[in-house]
Design a protein around this ligand. Sequence first.
Ligand SMILES: Cc1cc2nc3c(=O)[nH]c(=O)nc-3n(C[C@H](O)[C@H](O)[C@H](O)COP(=O)(O)OP(=O)(O)OC[C@H]3O[C@@H](n4cnc5c(N)ncnc54)[C@H](O)[C@@H]3O)c2cc1C
Length: 463
Amino acid sequence: MTDTLFDPAVDARRARRQRVATPPSPAPRPWLAKLAAGAAVGGLVAVVALGISTETGSELSLPGGVTTFIGSLTGLAGMYLALVMVVVVARIPPLERILGQDGMLRWHRWLSPWPLSLIAAHAVFVTVGYAQAAHSGMLHELGALIAHYPDMLAATVALAVMVTIGIASIRALRQRLRRETWWVLHLYMYLALALSFAHVIALGPAFVGHPLTRVVWSVVWAATAGLVLVYRFGLPLVRSVRHQLRVVEVHREAPGVVSVVMAGRQVERLAVSGGQFIAWRFLTRGLWWQAHPYSLSALPQPPYLRITVKQVGDHSAAVARLKRGTRVAIEGPYGNVTRHARTNKKVVLVAGGIGVTALRSLLEDLPKGTDPVVVMRASSEHQLVLRDEMAELVRHRKGTMHELVGSRQQVALTGRRLLELVPDLAERDLYACGPPGMVEDVVAAAKSAGVPQHAIHHEIFSW
Ligand SMILES: Cc1cc2nc3c(=O)[nH]c(=O)nc-3n(C[C@H](O)[C@H](O)[C@H](O)COP(=O)(O)OP(=O)(O)OC[C@H]3O[C@@H](n4cnc5c(N)ncnc54)[C@H](O)[C@@H]3O)c2cc1C
């Protein structure tokens, strides 16, 4: 074994008992997610009620009145849902701990067609309504709206940006984009929302002549902006400055796979559970502008943290060439595939290739008596990364380890195969980590073998 600053043989459970390790991340409180969902739905009902209550019968009976009313209502609901979408991905720790980043992104993607369609419908209905009222053509009215109404130019630019992002979000197109391009494109959504704010206040029937609703709406927007600033930018900045991490070692684990050890200040204050990941920003030329998620491949050993990275593209390849002393900024820890997710006493962990990293730290973090069965799957023997460390941890916990080597066709992880390996599968929680196809197969196999949904926890190493 390579000589390394990070000792893979340290028993983190004992270290935690002796308080020389980091504390675990706080336990999630699932009721908070229900509360947040209730508040979001309540907010939508209030917004729709506000839109309806501020419309008068006489305004509706005017030419274009009904069309304009529909336009106002769709605009109001669309803008509100756009805020909800932003809050969902604001990385608010109590919510992130329940849903995980995967879950948050799923909600974000599920919601996203709604605000975009409603806002686009708003633009069409309002233009048609105003054209009907003025007895003019739609294009003429559109020009007049942009030229003569306050803040309409900014709102039109905002709509164009939102539509562009909406089109780029279509699955087939998104998959062609680089993750970084996608990320930068998304930053423009914040700009679009900021640009659209003024026209809502200046022209919305629910706000013109209604100072109280103006104040409430402005507070809701300011609070949303505050959440984004605090959790997406502020907290990562504070943690990065507090811990001042630097790369102290890069060593090879297997062909195309390296472990990076970082050291920092007050690492013992970083609350993190096994199975979690951090978005790492290596502050060196060519890498400082992108943060990539890598799981901790062991529980921290203050002052050290360790990740294990497989080279698949430009960032992960550059990680292998990191110089000692490189400064590192962090966002996280994130992720809900942790000891807290467990609903049964016993567990089975299924690692696909480099997915072993998250399960390595999770295994180290699991309490006594979990009788772990570990299944390591890889397409070739040398891709069974960290296998010795896994074997040692399994041995200490009196568990069982299976290694499955071969292509996905050769060693298909079907429900039957899982049951052969783990006969009491249905009485265990199943944790799976790895590439998308593999994790999806394992989840489907586990369900077909009788593992209930709530006992299946997975992290997909993709976006
Ligand atoms: C929660 C999580 C934990 C992860 N943990 C590990 C780990 O411990 N070890 C490890 O080697 N890899 C891990 N990954 C995968 C790792 O983030 C990607 O392999 C890496 O970001 C690829 O970047 P690249 O520029 O080298 O390759 P690219 O060519 O840019 O991408 C290769 C593939 O990686 C995925 N990817 C790229 N960038 C990101 C990103 N910012 N976020 C998510 N997925 C991305 C995409 O699906 C893409 O198809 C993890 C991913 C996630 C989501």
